[in-house]
Ligand binder design. Structure first.
Ligand code: ZN
Ligand code: ZN
Length: 186
């Protein structure tokens, strides 16, 4: 029997407008941004931390930090998964590990066909989890001039907002759009 090539896609669900939900690790409020180039890297890293893939020693690309839209908290790029997204990645990693273990045992039992007294049976693991459903099309669209990007915030948020990509603060309670520029040394 040929080993079946299994390709399983893990991705962050999007809403109808193509936005992905993020959650601040500090204030636990959610907002949305467009998918990022490094989202796949974040998922790959998270999966590799939960399940030791054979290529886990490969170095992953650096993921840039992100900022919370509401509280301005800065955190590493892979700390912005929502609890549902994290649970899904953990579920996939666990199931995948079970499948790999099953295949290894099944391979052993297949190749030990001459063994008259096998000491184990391999039980087929349950199917890999279904992908997460698409995101609800909620939250309010806001354009951010600093990075030329659109984000989505809660309808009732009237405080200043911070750009999730560059951390620049926009606006405030005065209602006047102010842009505070901060230059940071790399
Ligand atoms: Zn926050
Ligand atoms: Zn920005």
């Amino acid at each position: 029997m040929n080993e079946a090539l299994v390709i399983y896609l893990v991705e962050l669900p999007r809403d109808a407008g193509g936005f992905v939900r993020r959650e601040c690790p500090r204030c636990q409020c959610d907002f949305k941004t467009r998918p990022r180039a490094h989202d796949a890297c974040i998922l790959q890293r998270r999966l590799a931390s939960l399940f030791p893939f054979e290529n886990a020693h490969e170095s992953f690309d650096e993921v840039p930090d992100g900022w919370c839209l509401y509280c301005g908290h800065r955190a590493a790029g892979d700390e912005w998964l929502t609890p549902a997204q994290q649970a899904h990645v953990e579920d996939v990693a666990r199931s995948w590990a079970n499948h790999v273990r099953y295949e290894q045992l099944a391979y052993v039992s297949r190749t030990l066909g001459l063994n008259p007294r096998p000491t184990f049976v391999s039980v087929k693991p349950r199917a890999l989890p279904e992908p997460l459903p698409p995101e609800a099309d909620d939250l309010r669209l806001l354009p951010l001039v600093c990075c030329g990007e659109e984000v989505k915030a809660h309808e009732d948020w009237d405080g200043p907002i911070f750009c999730p990509r560059c951390g620049i603060r926009h606006g405030g309670l005065s209602g006047r759009q102010q842009v505070h520029l901060e230059f940071m040394r790399e």
